[in-house]
Write a protein that binds this ligand. Structure first.
Ligand code: PLP
Length: 390
């Protein structure tokens, strides 16, 4: 059996390091928002090339808190691609905003920048490009349009830790970057985790406030900004812990010390893992020659980190059945485009509105991709794909 993804093999390879990191946290008695989280935030910001990193409970919360920090509220519109994991749109809706779905490019599956202008209204408050499958959206073009209209850009980099555009890391180019450390992501923990990156100190402070109940000095800062109160004297906490003084309604969305310690240990391997993913993708792309499939594309200067390797075929479901019989795992990311999800029925989108997003739902299929795949397994996958007859 060759699995689609497998995180246990990764653990096996660096077991001593991870076990030691976990045991150290267990023995420390410090489990929430301690030194491990702070140190990992600094290391991650450094890796991404952003000034600030704010660790949160998961990637979905990263998006919600990022949008909240940007001031997104009820009635605001946010431009979102028609194909992504549900969180991208859900974060907008969670704040009472309205996701405005636009289509993606047929070849690289990222937000089609040529459709942004006509989707902008006077209620538009942000744009969320998604670096789908580990490949960055056309950030240069998107940032130009955003700048022209004065709109902030939130990068959904949940699938793209380490991906780049012209040497700039995903999550460092827009106003805010959002990451998920769900176990199977390129950088994954042993549970849930997420991160927000930004170069804007005020945004970082707001995110820190919303992460923990709008409390403490960051909470006070956020209150001051929201009320146009300028620089007030810090409140007198009267010797009590600042975290018991609340200024805005926030969340409980912290990263555990345990996860931070594991993630920090894994961060030093991320570049090597991404290189191996790229090597595997290169072998697939050079050797898969079955005309039934369209393969991933990669433009000059845009470094793909292959969270997943996606083929497109009109006979997807038959192909998956065939691969299953051969003992090879496949997956579909994702079977329903966002604009056609039942929950968004009331927004009034119809099949055919976003054809490229819908094509992924119907025709895309992921084949095994994770750094620990063996050369023998890669060859077996290539042979199986090439031998398949429609
Ligand atoms: C995984 C993912 C998320 C959500 O992250 P969680 O940690 O599962 O909440 C958001 N957006 C995209 C594109 C994702 O792939």
């Amino acid at each position: 059996m060759i699995p689609l993804m497998n995180v246990a093999r990764q653990h096996q390879r660096i077991k001593e390091e991870l076990d030691a990191a976990a045991l150290e946290v267990l023995a420390s008695g410090q489990y929430i928002m301690g030194v491990k989280v702070r140190v990992f935030e600094e290391a991650f910001a450094d890796y991404i090339g952003a000034k600030y990193a704010v660790a949160v409970g998961n990637g979905t919360d990263a998006l919600v808190i990022a949008l909240e920090a940007l001031g997104i509220q009820a009635g605001d519109e946010v431009i979102v691609p028609g194909m992504s994991f549900f969180s991208t749109a859900e974060a907008v809706s969670r704040l009472g905003g309205k996701p405005v779905f636009i289509d993606i490019h047929a070849d690289d599956h990222t937000l089609d920048e040529s459709l942004i202008r006509s989707a902008i209204t006077k209620r538009t408050k942000a744009i969320i490009p998604v670096h789908l499958y580990g490949y960055c959206a056309n950030m240069n073009a998107i940032l130009d349009i955003a700048c022209e209209f004065g709109l902030p850009v939130v990068e959904d980099a949940a699938q793209a830790a380490g991906a780049q555009v012209d040497g700039h890391m995903a999550g460092s180019m827009g106003d805010i970057g959002c990451f998920s450390f769900f176990p199977t992501k390129n950088l994954g923990c042993a549970g849930d985790g997420g991160m927000i990156t930004t170069n804007d100190e005020a945004l970082a402070r707001k995110c820190r406030a919303y992460r923990v109940h709008g409390s403490g000095l960051d909470g006070q800062f956020t209150w001051q900004v929201l009320h146009g109160a300028g620089d007030l004297e810090p409140v007198d906490f009267k010797g009590h812990l600042p975290k018991y003084f609340n200024f805005v309604i926030g969340h409980n969305s912290r990263l555990d010390e345990l996860q931070a310690a594991l993630l920090h240990a894994k961060l030093s391997h991320l570049s090597a893992w991404n290189n191996r993913r790229r090597e595997i993708a290169d072998i697939y792309s050079r050797n898969i020659n079955n005309p039934a499939f369209a393969k991933p594309v990669e433009a000059k200067g845009r470094c793909h980190v292959y969270y997943t390797y996606v083929l497109m075929t009109e006979h997807r479901d038959d192909f998956r059945e065939y691969m299953k019989e051969k003992g090879i795992g496949t997956g579909v990311y994702f079977p329903v485009p966002l604009h056609l999800q039942k929950v968004y029925e009331e927004l009034g989108y119809r099949p055919g509105d976003l054809p490229n997003s819908e094509a992924i739902a119907d025709y895309s299929v992921s084949i095994p991709m994770f750094p620990e795949l063996t050369d023998q397994e890669i060859e077996t996958v290539v042979d199986a794909v090439n031998l398949w007859e429609v």
